[in-house]
Design a protein around this ligand. Structure first.
Ligand code: GLY
Ligand code: MN
Ligand code: MN
Length: 435
């Protein structure tokens, strides 16, 4: 993988020319008092370096005579390592991670200027670490002040995101291997959860079964807090309390994915707790499934990004009209967004190092055109929130639909000739999710 991190740095450096790019590691997150969450490196930082320690800074200075890639890291410290584990240290930052030069992080203020004073601009993405944002600004201001006597130095700060994130959008073979693994583990967990679930189960029990498989198969952890939503809880899009006991006759919506080698999967399945759909549940489920399949068919190289969403919206809207939940002419209902009370989210997002991965969906008015190597989720749903009032000029909603929430979500790779559903192993046909 080191060769690939190096190659990514080279591509980025070729695009920033006489600039210097600065990247900050992710901050530690506090759970309570002096206890911290497991550390997870910032995705941009990881993408370019593979380096997974906090309190670090990576600098890319393509125009610098000797050092193009510089790491500032936590120095080796025997006592601190006894408490909180191995640190790579300054020397190994060069040997293992390929830095041309490395320094202890304490020397940042002293050593950074030499990499900035001949740069035409600084590339930096304002991040969560406010203190570090200030550090970068302070260096920038200092260089601006002394510009007249030097005659060189940065005259602008530019966000790195648009360059780096368009690189991250297209996954390499090695990245796809990790994404396949994340998808396989989550697929196994969903299949297991379907078998495990029976009336009387608690949502947290099902969550435990899913996350047991994540952990057992070597995932880093959950990709996001697992959503195990029975009955009307499924109408809360990001329900994560997972504290309810489920009943026969209800649906269970599980939206759960894992991170493997920093890459994420994101799967949703909805199935009957007791093994059989009610007629209302089945009618809505079949609409969502048809919408999802037709949307997946539009994940093709050359198609505009928004096409699969538009196709899903059309099929969902047609279905709601057939069931009498909406009334009117399809095009007009879509234009007036009359489906929105029942379908309030988009049909997908980029997937990768971040669950809602980086990368533009459109450039001004122009949508992104799908290309091989991109990975999207396709996740239409219908949610009939109890007590929903009909929109103006729409019929009252029959209470038999209330409390039904359905979403079906797969992870789809754009290939050269079409697509590949990375999560195809998890059943979703009516006959396969019934028992
Ligand atoms: N699990 C979050 C999402 O589906 O986007
Ligand atoms: Mn999801
Ligand atoms: Mn998703």
């Amino acid at each position: 993988m080191q060769a690939e991190h190096r190659q990514r740095r080279e591509v980025l450096m070729s695009k920033i020319g006489n600039g210097t790019a600065i990247f900050r590691s992710a901050p530690m997150a506090v759970m309570h008092n002096d206890v911290e969450y497991n550390y997870r490196q910032d995705s941009d930082f990881y993408y370019l370096t593979g380096f997974n320690e906090p309190q670090s800074v990576a600098v890319l200075a393509p125009h610098h005579a000797e050092h193009k890639f510089i790491l500032f890291v936590q120095p080796k410290d025997r006592e601190k390592e006894v408490w909180s584990g191995y640190r790579c240290g300054v020397e190994a930052a060069k040997e293992i991670y390929g830095a041309d030069e490395a320094y202890p992080i304490d020397e940042l203020n002293e050593k950074l200027p030499q990499y900035l004073e001949k740069a035409e601009r600084i590339y930096y993405h304002l991040g969560r670490d406010r203190g570090f944002n200030d550090t970068v600004l302070r260096h920038y201001q200092q260089l601006l002040r002394t510009y007249p006597r030097r005659g060189t130095g940065p005259v602008a700060i530019e966000d790195t995101a648009h360059i780096l994130h368009s690189m991250r959008l297209v996954k390499s073979y090695a990245e796809l291997q990790l994404m396949r693994k994340a998808a396989d583990i989550a697929a196994e967990a969903h299949i297991h959860a379907m078998k495990f679930t029976t009336p009387g189960c608690w949502e947290y029990e099902v969550q435990a079964e899913i996350e047991y498989i994540f952990q057992k198969r070597g995932a880093m952890g959950v990709a996001y807090p697992s959503i195990v939503a029975s009955g009307a809880n499924a109408c809360v899009l990001h329900y994560i309390e997972n504290q309810r006991q489920m009943q026969d006759g209800e649906l269970l919506l599980i939206d759960a994915g894992c991170a493997y080698g920093y890459y994420n999967s994101d799967i949703t399945r909805t199935f009957p707790v007791g093994g059989k759909f009610t007629p209302e549940q089945k009618a809505l489920y079949e609409i969502v499934l048809a919408a999802q399949k037709s949307a997946i068919a539009q994940v093709q190289p050359g198609n505009p990004y928004n096409l699969f969403h538009d196709v899903a919206v059309r099929i969902l809207t047609e279905g709601l009209v057939e069931l009498g939940i909406l009334k009117g002419e399809i095009d007009k209902l879509i234009e007036e967004e009359k489906y929105k009370p029942f379908y309030m989210h988009r049909t997908g997002h980029w997937l990768g190092l971040d669950v809602h991965d980086v990368g533009a969906y459109q450039y001004g008015e122009q949508p992104q055109i799908l290309q091989a190597g991109q990975v999207v989720t396709v996740e239409p749903g219908l949610y009939i929130v109890p007590g929903t009032e009909p929109a103006e000029d729409q019929p009252p909603i029959d209470s038999r639909w209330f409390g039904i929430g359905i979403r079906i979500e797969d992870d789809v790779l754009v290939t050269a000739t079409g697509n590949e559903v990375l999560t195809a192993g998890v059943p979703k046909e009516v006959k396969d999710v019934e028992r």
